[in-house]
Design a protein. Structure first.
Length: 141
């Protein structure tokens, strides 16, 4: 059972394990905020979350990256962005490894997201589905 507190649904903490789980969740959120201070030193993933992206499953892809990167102990910052202009290839993501140019992937589902983590982020090997770069970066659009 849970209660509503200040508009937020709060799960009851019934055991030490529940308390530790909640503590880990809070630490994780604080860690994400700390990472934002120096994002250039981390893997950066931007998920296009315009209407077309959301309709194509971008929210689930963003959650997949957040969860899986954490489980695999990969220091990364996962953020959302607006339209990248590739509506035909949604969900789309931009991945930037430290010191490298960003790479945009289209048609990203959880299987492709897993390959991107295992092959591109961990090993630097490109994965099928790259959208040719015809812009500077998302931030410069």
């Amino acid at each position: 059972m849970s209660k509503i507190f200040g508009g937020i649904k709060m799960a009851k903490i019934k055991s030490l394990a529940d308390l530790k789980k909640k503590q880990d969740e809070v630490r994780s959120k604080l860690n994400l905020r700390d990472k934002a201070d120096n994002p250039e030193s981390l893997v950066q993933i931007k998920v296009a979350m315009a209407t077309c992206g959301i309709a194509s499953g971008a929210k689930e892809i963003m959650e997949f990256f957040v969860n899986e990167l954490g489980k695999r102990n990969i220091d990364a910052v996962v953020t959302q962005t607006g339209c990248m202009g590739y509506c035909y290839a949604e969900p789309t993501i931009e991945v930037q490894l430290p010191g490298q140019e960003p790479v945009v992937y289209g048609y990203v589902d959880s299987k492709k997201a897993d390959k991107i983590i295992e092959l591109y982020i961990k090993k630097g090997e490109l994965v099928d589905g790259i959208i040719p770069q015809n812009y500077e970066t998302i931030d410069n659009k």
